[in-house]
Design a protein around this ligand. Structure first.
Ligand code: PLP
Length: 401
C-alpha cells in the first residue's frame, strides 16, 4: 500500500493489516502463546535470528505486531512496542534507559503512578531524580547534570491541562546527554506528535482513547528502531510486560474509529468549554483549544487541536463540586478518560488525593476543580446535563442563604 502518503484516518483503518490464508476482512486474533516450527532447523534459525518469525508471545505475536505497526504508522515512528498497561510502558521506558548513577529530570505535574516511578522507584536503584515546573525552561536547564540521561514530561498535564514546549525541552535535553520521553496520553497521536518536535520516545496508555470504550488496559512505547533496540528490546523480552494478544486485538480494532471519535470529542469539548466559561457558578475554565489558555502560543505551534478533556473550577469548593457532580445524570462519576462515555472526576479527593494540600495548590488543583473527559454523546445533551447540574447548585446555594 502507498502507506507513506495515506492520511491518518485511512492508516487507522488499513495500516499494517496482515492476512492469513483465509484473507479475512477483520484482522485475526491470534490468541496463541507459541508457534510450531516445521523442522528443528527452522527452530534453530528462529532462535539465532536468521528466520524472522515469531517465537513466543512474551516476545511478539502476529496480532500484537499489527497493533504495534499501526500505532507506529500513525505516530510516524520507526518502531513500537505494546505493553500490558500504560504504566508498564512508562516503567519499561524509564528502567530501560537508566542505570545506577544516572539522573532523571521530570516535570512535576505527572500522572500519580508516574510520580511514584520517578520519586520512589528510580531512587531505590541509585538513579537520582529532580522534579521541575514543566513551564520553567530555566528550571529544566538548571536541573541538567552531566549524568542526566532522561527528561520526562506529560503534556497536556493531568488534570489542569497545562501545555509544555516539547521542542524547547528537547533542545535542553539534547544540549546535555539526555533523551526526552513524552507521555502523550492526553493529546492522542492525532493532536500532537512529540517526535516531530524533537522528543526521542513517546508513551501511551492505550487504555484511554485508543481502546476508547473503557474495556482493556494497554500501553505502547514508540521511538526510533535504534532507541528500541538499545533501551527496550531485551528489557521487554526478559521482564515480561507483554500485552495479551486479545487486548491488542481490541485496541487494533478500536484504532479504526480513533480519528472519528477524537474529532467528535474535541469538537464537543470545545463547545462545553465555551458554555462553561459563560456560567456564573464556574470560576475558571482551562481548555487547550481556547484563546485564553496560558500556553496558547505553544499550543498553536505544537498541537493540531484542543483536547477531549476540559478542566474547570466551580465556585464553592468541594461541597459545590460534589453537589454539581452528584446532580449530573448523563455524565458519569469515574476516574478514567478517553471513554465513549463522558466522565467527571474530582482530582482533589480521588486521583490527586495523596498529594499534600500545598502540592495540589502548586499543581493548580483546588477543592472546586473538576476534570471532564468528553465522550461520544450528543454535545447538546452533555451541555443540558451540565446546565441542569449547575442550576441545582444555584438553587441549593440560594436555599442555604
Ligand atoms: C492512565 C495514564 C497512565 C497509566 O496508564 P494505565 O493504562 O492506567 O496503566 C499514564 N499516564 C497518563 C497520562 C495516564 O492518563
Amino acid at each position: 500500500m502507498r502507506s507513506a502518503s495515506l492520511r491518518p484516518a485511512t492508516l487507522l483503518v488499513h495500516g499494517a493489516t496482515t492476512r492469513s490464508q483465509f484473507n479475512e476482512m477483520s484482522e485475526a486474533l491470534y490468541l496463541t502463546q507459541g508457534f510450531a516450527y516445521d523442522t528443528m532447523e527452522q527452530a534453530e534459525a528462529r532462535f539465532n535470528g536468521q528466520d524472522p518469525g515469531h517465537i513466543y508471545a512474551r516476545y511478539s505475536n502476529p496480532t500484537t505486531a499489527m497493533f504495534e505497526e499501526r500505532m507506529a504508522m500513525l505516530e510516524g515512528a520507526e518502531a513500537a512496542r505494546a505493553t500490558a498497561s500504560g504504566m508498564a510502558a512508562v516503567t519499561a521506558a524509564m528502567m530501560g534507559q537508566v542505570r545506577a548513577g544516572d539522573h532523571v529530570v521530570a516535570a512535576r505535574a505527572l500522572f500519580g503512578s508516574c510520580l511514584y516511578i520517578i520519586e520512589e522507584l528510580l531512587p531505590r536503584f541509585g538513579v537520582s531524580t529532580t522534579l521541575v515546573d514543566g513551564n520553567d525552561l530555566d528550571a529544566w536547564r538548571a536541573a541538567m547534570r552531566p549524568e542526566t540521561k532522561v527528561c520526562f514530561l506529560e503534556t497536556p498535564t493531568n488534570p489542569t491541562l497545562q501545555v509544555y514546549d516539547i521542542a524547547a525541552i528537547a533542545e535542553i535535553a539534547h544540549a546535555g546527554s539526555a533523551k526526552l520521553t513524552v507521555d502523550n496520553v492526553f493529546s492522542t497521536p492525532l493532536l500532537q506528535k512529540p517526535l516531530e518536535h524533537g522528543a526521542d520516545c513517546v508513551i501511551y496508555s492505550t487504555t484511554k482513547h485508543v481502546d476508547g470504550h473503557g474495556r482493556c488496559l494497554g500501553g505502547v512505547i514508540l521511538a526510533s528502531k535504534a532507541f528500541i533496540d538499545e533501551h527496550l528490546h531485551n528489557f521487554l523480552r526478559h521482564t515480561g510486560p507483554a500485552i495479551s494478544p486479545f487486548n491488542a486485538w481490541v485496541m487494533l480494532k478500536s484504532l479504526e474509529s480513533l480519528a472519528v471519535r477524537v474529532a467528535h470529542q474535541v469538537k464537543s469539548a470545545g463547545l462545553i468549554a465555551d458554555a462553561l466559561a459563560e456560567e456564573r457558578e464556574v470560576e475558571r475554565v482551562i481548555y487547550p483549544g481556547r484563546a485564553d489558555h496560558p500556553s496558547a502560543a505553544i499550543i498553536r505551534r505544537q498541537m493540531s487541536g484542543g483536547s477531549t478533556l476540559v478542566c474547570f473550577d466551580v465556585r464553592g469548593g468541594k461541597a459545590a463540586a460534589f453537589r454539581f457532580a452528584n446532580a449530573l445524570e448523563v455524565i458519569k462519576i469515574s476516574n478514567n478518560l478517553g471513554d465513549a462515555k463522558s466522565i467527571i472526576t474530582h482530582p482533589a479527593t480521588t486521583t490527586h488525593q495523596r498529594l499534600s494540600v500545598e502540592a495540589r495548590a502548586a499543581a493548580g488543583i483546588s477543592e472546586g476543580t473538576l476534570r471532564l473527559s468528553v465522550g461520544l454523546e450528543d454535545p447538546a445533551d452533555l451541555i443540558e446535563d451540565i446546565h441542569a447540574a449547575l442550576d441545582a447548585l444555584q438553587t441549593r446555594a440560594m436555599a442555604a442563604e
